[in-house]
Design a protein around this ligand. Structure first.
Ligand SMILES: [Zn+2]
Length: 406
């Protein structure tokens, strides 16, 4: 029986004393990440090899014994070790050729991705959790938490503390996938275009929130830095950030769930192709052409969470016995989905595709999606993206919103 992992995000009922501890532990973990990262970046600059987990863990024991960094002793050891492992993973990913989008890890700032993860030593009982060196903690949760708890990540957003509880569940049975096959392209004018002609408008619902964000940030700039009002405004903004990421996460989860329920095989453009033909650097044949226009394009795709959508689609299809297939074909936007003619003169504008050979006219994104499907179905330029064995957990679900499994 297949096993899946998913995360429940709950809000902690932390009191002031516990909050103080959490702030200190997060601070120590962030300090360790930043210090180890700085060491490695310096080594890279001097063309030395990177320090991996074991060397860094050795440094950690030295730092703990020192007067200067002795404060690290206070933080649970596993939490610090986990940070070093995360750093190792981040470095490995950034050198991984199959993940062209990954960049070198960056320094962490207070309150931004500097949560602490407890890989063990925790306990759970009803609506409370026990964390090492912190103790028992109540949390707000309406849905029961099912499955075996694998790890717990604690993070703050604004003035609230959350725990992301990752569990492993055994799925009873995977329904046999249907026959339906579809191609999807990341749209230019829309979030995604499906080969059946469906256009998904994108998370425009959070445009409204973004406008509010801009307004609130304007207000912040007019307040005196460090003042009571300024801090209040800061909190307001951070809550709004949180709302926006929830709206976006909700949008992506709904779309990926619906897609994985309705189709057995989903074809998307290969990441290498995306990384190559659509990166601002251009390709070997066309170095850096249209840098400005293309970087704008990349940014909007990234903004709208295409990568996250794909990732969700891959594991949700996997859960259901379906498949995400990458199509490594460069000319999906220049090919006519009707007659197959491929040429530069085909594409008239970003919005409308017009074939120079047969005169076929279609929404440019739908045309590309149809090409992805056709080329995918012939299987020439494909690689299946299905992971085998234990299925991928939504590990980078930063928002920790629970993916819908049914
Ligand atoms: Zn044509």
């Amino acid at each position: 029986m297949p096993k899946i992992r998913k995360a429940y995000k709950v809000r902690l009922k932390a009191n002031t004393e516990i909050e103080k501890k959490l702030v200190r532990f997060c601070g120590s973990a962030r300090f360790l990440w930043n210090k180890s990262l700085a060491m490695n970046l310096e080594r890279l600059e001097n063309r030395q090899t990177i320090l991996w987990y074991h060397e860094l863990a050795f440094w950690l024991t030295l730092w703990k014994r020192s007067d200067e960094y002795g404060f690290l002793k206070e933080c649970p050891s596993q939490v610090l070790q986990q940070k070093l492992m995360d750093l190792e993973r981040a470095f490995r990913d950034s050198f991984d050729r199959s993940q062209p989008r990954k960049r070198l890890p960056v320094f962490k700032r207070k309150g931004r991705g500097d949560g602490i993860r407890f890989p063990q030593g925790f306990k759970m009982e009803g609506r409370r959790i026990f964390l090492p060196k912190i103790g028992w903690q109540g949390f707000y949760q309406s849905r029961p938490i099912e499955g075996t708890v694998k790890n717990i990540t604690v993070s703050s957003s604004g003035d609230r503390w959350h725990a992301s509880i990752q569990v492993e569940q055994t799925i009873e049975s995977v329904p046999p996938p249907g026959e339906s096959e579809i191609g999807i392209d990341a749209g230019i004018k829309c979030f995604a275009a499906f080969s059946d002609g469906t256009l998904v408008a994108g998370a425009n619902s959070f445009r409204r929130h973004e406008d509010r964000l801009a307004m609130q940030q304007g207000k912040l700039s007019r307040k005196k830095k460090g003042s009571q009002n300024w801090r209040e405004q800061k909190r307001r903004i951070s809550r709004l950030h949180h709302t926006i990421s929830n709206v976006r996460s909700d949008f992506l989860h709904k779309l990926s769930t619906a897609t994985s329920q309705n189709h057995a095989k989903v074809f998307v453009e290969g990441l290498n192709i995306r990384g190559m033909s659509k990166s601002a650097h251009g390709t070997i044949e066309e170095p850096g052409r249209n840098v400005r226009a293309k970087s704008g394009l990349n940014k909007s795709i990234l903004d709208q969470g295409w990568g996250e959508f794909r990732r969700q689609l891959a594991y949700k299809l996997d859960w259901k016995g379906g498949q995400l297939v990458e199509v490594d074909y460069r000319y999906t936007s220049q090919r006519c989905s009707c007659c197959g003619y491929t040429g530069k003169q085909n594409k008239q504008s970003q919005a409308v595709f017009k074939c120079a050979a047969c005169g076929h006219e279609e929404n440019a994104d739908v045309n590309a999606a149809r090409n992805i499907l056709t080329i995918g179905q012939t299987g020439i330029a494909c690689q299946a993206n299905r992971s085998s064995g234990r299925q991928q957990e939504p590990a980078r679900n930063r928002e920790g919103v629970m993916p819908v499994a049914s």
